[in-house]
Design a protein around this ligand. Structure first.
Ligand SMILES: [Cu+2]
Length: 162
């Protein structure tokens, strides 16, 4: 009886494992920077080339104590506040999602050392059933934010304050 159950479970689990190995999610144009010696951010374009929606649920890295998914929320009166994203970031099948300055981003908190230009930062991006994507991003502390979104005031990106 037990063996039958295990065999049935294996039959269900195998196709899922095979699917997770498909490189449907790719990362392009990524970089990391630190706004101060203790905190930084990572930015990139995530493309879901697969047939199913994929959700970025977590990030791990060796360069910081904590890596979290953050976004900026407009609190009104032009005040933008960084908040943790609950439930991850879902990228629909065939779609792209940008992690950008002033928008959704990977927050690196408790940097073990300040990020220096020329250094590389390795991130493991957990897309759940869609697999884990390993990204190696160059550090570019001098890179300017992408063209300012209409809601941005002036050319300033929000400083990483926490
Ligand atoms: Cu942040």
């Amino acid at each position: 009886m037990k063996l039958t159950t295990l065999a049935a479970l294996a039959a269900i689990a195998l196709p899922a494992a095979a699917f997770a190995q498909d490189a449907t999610v790719t990362v392009a144009d990524g970089y990391a920077r630190s706004a101060n010696p203790k905190a930084g951010g990572a930015f990139m374009t995530i493309r879901n080339g697969g047939a199913a929606d994929c959700t970025l649920s977590g990030v791990s890295t060796d360069v910081a104590e904590v890596a979290e998914l953050h976004t900026h929320k407009d609190m009104g009166d032009g005040v933008m506040k960084m908040t943790k994203i609950e439930g991850g970031i879902t990228i629909p099948a065939g779609a792209e999602h940008g992690l950008v300055r002033g928008g959704d981003h990977v927050m690196l908190m408790g940097l073990k050392a300040p990020l220096e230009n020329g250094q590389e930062v390795a991130l493991a991006l957990d897309f759940g059933d869609c697999g884990t994507v390993d990204a190696v991003l160059p550090v570019d502390n001098d890179r300017k934010p992408a063209e300012a979104a209409p809601m941005n005031h002036g050319a300033h990106a929000m400083p990483a304050s926490n």
